[in-house]
Design a protein around this ligand. Sequence first.
Ligand code: ATP
Ligand code: MG
Length: 574
Amino acid sequence: MRTSRYLLSTLKENPVEAVVDSHRLMLRAGLIRQVASGIYNWLPTGLRVLHKVEAIIREEMNKKGAIELSMPVVQPADLWRESGRYVKYGPELCRLNDRKQNEFVLGPTHEEVITALCRNEIKSARQLPMNLYQIQTKFRDEVRPRFGVMRGREFIMKDGYSFHVDHESLEQTYQDMYDAYTAIFTRLGLTFRAVEADTGSIGGNHSHEFQVLADAGEDTIAYSDESNYAANIEMAEALAPLESRGEAKDPYSKVPTPGCHTVDEAAKALKIESNQVMKSLLVRGEPDADGKYELIMLCLRGNEELNEIKAGKLPGVSNPLEFATDEEIFEFTGAHPGSLGPVGFKGRIIIDRNANIMSNFACGANEDGHHLINVNFDRDIPTYEVADLRNVVEGDPSPDGHGKILLRKGIEVGQVFMLGTKYSEAMGATVTDKNGKNIPMEMGCYGIGVTRVVAAAIEQHHDDKGIVWPDSMAPFTVGIIALGLGKSEEVKNASEKLYNELEALGVEVLYDDRDERAGVMFSDMELIGIPHVITIGAKGLAQGIIEYKNRRSGEKESIAADQILENIKAKLNI
Ligand code: ATP
Ligand code: MG
């Protein structure tokens, strides 16, 4: 590719809207341009990278016997009603009508469409297992699209779905996909961990996420310093503490805490540590058939964080977890958030395992501007349940009993789920088994965020000059910089010759023939992150020399001009 005939679109300045390195570099290197919030053009250089990622995904999926197909972005709302997700998916699901007022959605994922397809196409258990995938555009109306294509609204996903006669077969394919994902992310040159994960709105009962380790990640991974244990913090269990609760001392009493709305403010006013204050939060219970729900109090140690995923999974609690509004809270307790507490609370109370060993603690008095001190369980709070409600923190014991928990930030680039029969049952996707009985098929589903992978790779592979692509993802393999092309016939001839020879070998070359200043051409090559850069100038040629620079190592070499092709071929192993 000649830069003079190409849409290079590099930017000299850092775009102000980019807060993470990958977003900044994707804009500067001319990979993407925003069209609307969370919606992007992929410019030619970006598209070349995407194609590399897609090719590796296809190869590894095909190796495991998965078969590619293509399903529509626009999906009938009725299919989503069948699965029960039309309402449940919430505002992230973009709903629209056609001219006849038929209702549709923009597919955020394809369980419904594939299940509807396979209930018609797969009749007999003999056709199973079947593993189908596509690489296709998704739309999710994310609340907070950000970090460029890392969290877009329109993005490309590889999504795969498998169908099975029994759980054993599902387990086999799940393992195959786990292995395929491991191979894909390894070939892409990413440092990642597969971690135990929540199944979220996709559903099912067993899942792993593939997390690329990077500080810009939105997820937190908990892992053991001694064992293989690794889980998304959403899932990581906080074990019950070994210590037991201390003795109750003085009876509780009420003290004024005017203007204190947070645990820290209350602790300061009461001259105690925040871990001696009980944090009380009101959430909604699971709604009944009429949409009515109770309010439930969750209590944690003041210095610890509620884990909304774990709380949402407790029986009778809203899932996804919903907090009570300020009005609901006031109506139910007579106080506002910041002054709540379990003493005298009229509803269900759930205490975190760590909070359960507190004694003689402080909590809100359910009266604005007041707290209670010297509160104790049983004596002052007769009825309560105990559950795992908090986020694990570094230093906690690993739930598998080996070592201590450490935390790292991660970018979720893929997730595999065992769905079981959630969709096949709801949508009637059955086969006849060997006894002639109709049974719902077991299903698995497997996603990779193709566009997010590109951003995640840049987070891990860049320096102050720009992107440093892993070889497998680089948009071009070799860059040729022709210095003073307009002035020197020799430079022109040598550059054109090398360009043509490499192209003929099938090497992807970006040939900078713009006759720009040397500095501009160098910095563009480094910004785009081309692994091998060759510089041809009149001075060097006069001495029979061509310069080479390796983007990753930064090493420079002067190579005899008549050896340059052979030298590069050796570097590329061709
Ligand atoms: P997240 O927790 O990041 O919102 P998710 O768990 O909802 O993602 P999945 O349903 O598991 O996403 O989708 C499969 C993959 O698609 C994810 O692992 C991720 O790589 C990618 N993905 C999901 N949402 C987005 C998005 N808004 N922008 C880009 N990629 C996304
Ligand atoms: Mg996910």
